[in-house]
Ligand binder design. Structure first.
Ligand SMILES: N[C@@H](CCC(=O)N[C@@H](CS)C(=O)NCC(=O)O)C(=O)O
Length: 228
């Protein structure tokens, strides 16, 4: 059976949604990143990047949320566009856009706005701008069709959903006034039973919620010695 290494945060959420949508049986493997469990040798043998999510499917090991989405979509043949080269190219473009743009810029915006000590005006300005710019592109895309790839719900929508869930935390309270098409997609996916089951996974395990000094040491070890 699939083992899904999970923490209740945006990148694992995408994979949780796919697993629940597809009906694949899986075992939940909690990794409490605020307690440093991502740094264990056993977990790094699965994901050398020491982050969640990761997935083991018998002798297949796959890490990085968007790679996992693609693996599961190809395994099941579900939530993919047609295999015409144009459709596949469009899917890969948007999936990589989410992987390399939405995820990293949102992650850094959250870091500098909510967790980093000090003022950080330059970093906040840069990452806030880039996070907004990327979400604006997604919002414009969703003005052209119901979903990221047109009229069919695919893995790319699941990748977007992972971070759209937390857009106000990333961007601020005005996120939904400025990104109505992203909000429309978020609301539509949130209404799906699979999304509700994916969200409920966090209640199956007691994860540490505080980002206290100990959590900072394992999440941002290179900065742990700096004053907070
Ligand atoms: N590119 C990776 C990023 C994974 C990532 O940053 N995961 C976060 C949760 S959303 C994490 O595990 N953070 C803990 C840490 O940085 O130590 C992916 O998409 O899976």
């Amino acid at each position: 059976m699939i083992q899904f290494y999970y923490h209740p945060s945006p990148n694992p959420a995408k994979v949780a949604l796919f697993l629940e949508e597809s009906g694949l049986p899986y075992q939940l493997m909690p990794i409490d990143t605020r307690k440093g469990e991502q740094h264990s040798a056993a977990y790094k043998a699965i994901n050398p990047n020491a982050k969640t999510p990761a997935l083991v499917d018998d002798d297949v090991v796959v890490f990085d949320s968007n790679a996992i989405l693609l693996y599961l979509a190809e395994k099941t043949g579900k939530f993919l566009p047609s295999d015409r080269p144009e459709a596949r190219a469009e899917m890969l473009s948007w999936l990589m856009f989410v992987a390399t743009g939405i995820g990293p810029y949102c992650g850094q915006a959250v870091h500098f706005k909510h967790y980093a000590p000090g003022d950080n005006a330059y970093a906040v300005n840069r990452y806030d701008f880039e996070a907004w710019r990327h979400w604006g592109i997604v919002n414009d895309r969703l003005a052209q069709g119901r979903y990221m790839l047109g009229e069919t719900y695919t893995l790319v929508d699941m990748a977007v959903w992972g971070w759209a869930r937390v857009a106000p935390f990333v961007l601020g309270a005005e996120a939904w006034d400025k990104l109505p098409n992203v909000k429309r997609l978020l609301d539509e996916i949130n209404a799906r039973p699979a999304a509700q089951r994916a969200e409920a996974l966090k209640t199956r395990h007691t994860f540490k919620t505080e980002v206290d000094t100990d959590a900072r040491k394992v999440l941002f070890p290179q900065n742990a010695c700096l004053p907070t």
